[in-house]
Design a protein around this ligand. Structure first.
Ligand SMILES: Nc1ncnc2c1ncn2[C@@H]1O[C@H](COP(=O)(O)OP(=O)(O)OP(=O)(O)O)[C@@H](O)[C@H]1O
Length: 217
């Protein structure tokens, strides 16, 4: 589903290149869930951005759904991302001018996979029934993050990439949102790569990997 082969990435800084990934190998099978852990600044978000084709490695290869996403041009990367991936970040990235229902519909439509029955089921399971016509700013933080998860899963992606998806929520809301995310991932058979610094959040996933000194330990 997702594979990194000897991936290297450095950022240009005024002090010279900052080496962040230094030969990362990683492989995630279809339907599998993986927690990527490591200290702040070790390169977890960088790795996730490379997995999504939002950025490119300096060396090495990133394969997504049997395509080498790191060799594709920007338009092809965007298409592969739309067709294959769901993305959930700490900031919700909802469309503020669209209501709950249209936020969900838009994402499915962009992927060319609108399924009204699935959208309706999602709204129920997200606990957003009755709030379909509300705009994101009229929702609580937990509701917004549930909507962001629903939006990512609306097109039934093969892989969900999540960057600290409960990082902005209080502990009990975070627990509920995480439980919902894992249940939806399990029921849709979607693979999951989740960045988290929290062992508690990582515990229920199939595997846990540590990123340190630019490599997977
Ligand atoms: N565009 C950029 N230009 C220069 N340096 C960057 C850039 N993006 C990230 N960095 C640096 O690269 C390193 C890795 O950043 P990254 O965001 O991947 O870490 P992280 O493990 O996700 O951190 P956190 O857990 O704090 O979110 C950090 O030292 C960061 O300051």
């Amino acid at each position: 589903m997702l594979e990194f082969r000897q991936v290297h990435k450095a950022y240009a800084t005024p002090q010279g290149p900052l080496k962040v990934l230094d030969g990362v190998d990683l492989s995630l099978n279809a339907g599998e869930s993986l927690a990527l852990m490591g200290e702040s600044g070790c390169g977890k978000s960088t790795l996730l951005h490379l997995a999504a084709g939002l950025d490119l490695p300096d060396r090495g290869e990133v394969r997504l759904a049997d395509r080498v996403i790191s060799s594709l041009g920007e338009a092809d990367r965007a298409r592969l991302r739309r067709e294959t991936l769901g993305l959930v970040f700490q900031q919700f990235h909802l469309v503020p001018s669209l209501c709950v229902l249209d936020n969900l519909r838009l994402q499915a439509r962009l992927a060319g996979r609108e399924r009204p029955n699935w959208t309706a089921e999602l709204i129920e399971r997200l606990g957003l029934a009755g709030l379909e016509k509300r705009y994101p700013e009229q929702l609580s933080g937990g509701q917004q993050q549930r909507l962001a998860i629903g939006r990512a899963l609306a097109p039934r992606p093969a892989l969900l990439l999540a960057d600290e998806p409960t990082g902005n929520l209080d502990e009990s809301t975070a627990d509920q949102v995480l439980e919902l995310l894992l249940a939806l991932v399990r029921d849709t058979g979607c693979a999951l790569l989740m960045v988290t610094h929290s062992p508690r959040v990582a515990a229920p996933l199939d595997r846990r990997l540590q990123l340190s000194h630019g490599r997977i330990g």
